[in-house]
Design a protein around this ligand. Structure first.
Ligand code: ADP
Ligand code: MG
Length: 399
């Protein structure tokens, strides 16, 4: 409620409840693949699935029930996911909160489909129903910025959005907007304790065309590794970041305020246990390193869930032990709203990975973040001048 009060100008879309300080966890069960349908018996009962949605926010697997903030299944659309997760993200962001969405799950469960959608749906003026979360988020962001500017036309309200796109692969950061920039380093600004990637390409975006161009370019530069265990597994973490700054000036009294917020849209590497069969040399090292960022994410989620549940502080939270957790530390237990989309496959052959993703999702649910509005106000300048004048008068009288 406090967050809503601080949110300032809102909009009907905000009727979707923004998550409070807890992590918003949404499970998405993808439609069965053709293989599952072939597995289906001839009794016409449809494919044998290992997990079922049992209510708007719960699933059942192996006789166990799990409850989350929401569950999407085979009949849920990309628009449904946007309404659940994307709309509140945009509102939070315009209110000055840092906000992140992570897609977690095993390879093939639908993370990439959820975050960006198929490449064919990303072409410039596409209105394909398959567009993923990211293009929809920006479409909404631009439309809301426009609305805010019209609504507050008595003030000078200016926004700018600056994007970057990177990949963490084998514990090395590559700039997806300029892949010649490899092995970039994470730095921390000592003054603001802000974490950033040194010399990463930053690009202003003003229109949907700008955004889709960046996405198409970046996704084309993403690498995928082929191992004998998994021919086209996604072995990298991709992070699309946008910093939104707004400055509002009131010409009548000279007051002004600036807000800035950051959106991170994260498509994680496949969460399946790496099978090390036939992996040797570089491949083996890679598997270890890929596991480092993901297993460190899992460790942090356990630690933060424990802190939230016990109410006890812990002196050292090992954010810096992997690139992913170092870079995204503010999203994990820090100053940011976090939504986690946990993607699962209903296939019988994926049962153990699906169960492990649901357990991960349940632990994530316990985390509390501490998001605050990032705002700086310049007090009413005229009022301050008046105060100075009065103090001078007083000083004069004392003399
Ligand atoms: P991941 O990124 O988790 O490895 P993908 O997003 O690449 O998985 O999904 C694997 C395949 O399944 C892709 O061809 C994708 O288009 C398809 N797919 C995944 N989720 C859905 C869905 N909800 N509806 C339709 N197709 C989907
Ligand atoms: Mg993928």
């Amino acid at each position: 409620a406090a967050a809503a009060a601080a949110a300032g100008p809102t909009h009907d879309a905000a009727a979707v409840p923004a998550p409070d300080s807890g992590v918003q966890v949404v499970v998405r069960i993808r439609p069965p693949c053709r293989v599952d349908e072939e597995e289906a018996g001839e009794d016409g009962r449809g494919p044998q699935v290992c997990v079922r949605k049992t209510a708007v926010n719960s699933v059942a697997i192996q006789g166990q029930d799990f409850t989350f903030d929401a569950v999407a299944d085979a009949i849920s659309t990309q628009e449904d996911i946007f309404n659940l997760v994307g709309l509140p993200l945009v509102e939070n962001c315009l209110s000055g909160f840092n906000s992140s969405i992570f897609a977690y799950g095993q390879t093939g469960s639908g993370k990439t489909y959820t975050m960006w959608g198929p490449l064919s749906a990303l072409s410039e003026d596409s209105v394909s129903s398959e567009r993923g979360l990211t293009p929809r988020v920006f479409e909404q962001l631009f439309s809301r910025i426009n609305e805010e500017q019209v609504k507050h036309s008595d003030k000078e309200l200016n926004y700018n959005c600056i994007c970057s796109f990177l990949e963490i692969y084998n514990e090395q950061i590559t700039d997806l907007l300029d892949p010649s920039q490899k092995n970039l380093q994470i730095r921390e600004d000592v003054r603001t304790s802000c974490v950033y990637v040194e010399s990463l390409t930053k690009q202003y975006v003003f229109t949907m065309k700008d955004v889709t161009q960046l996405l198409v370019k970046g996704l084309a530069n993403r690498r995928t590794g082929a191992t004998s265990a998994n021919a086209d597994s996604s072995r990298s973490h991709c992070v699309f970041t946008c910093v939104i700054k707004s400055e509002s000036k009131n010409p009548e009294d000279g007051s002004s305020s600036t807000r800035s917020s950051r959106i991170n849209l994260v498509d994680l590497a496949g969460s399946e246990r790496q099978k090390l069969t036939h992996a040797a040399g570089d491949r083996l090292k890679e598997a270890g390193n890929i596991n480092r960022s993901l297993s460190q994410l899992g460790n942090l989620i356990n630690i933060l869930a424990e802190i939230s549940q016990s109410g006890k502080q812990r002196h050292h939270v090992p954010y810096r032990d992997s690139k992913l957790t170092f870079l995204l530390q503010e999203s994990l237990g820090g100053n940011a709203k976090l939504a986690m989309i946990c993607a699962v496959s209903p296939s019988q052959s994926c049962k153990s990975e699906t169960l492990s993703t649901l357990r991960f999702a349940q632990r994530a649910k316990a985390i509390k973040n501490n998001a605050v509005v990032n705002e700086e106000k310049v007090e009413d300048v005229n009022a301050l001048r008046e105060q100075i004048r009065q103090l001078k008068d007083e000083l004069h009288r004392v003399k």
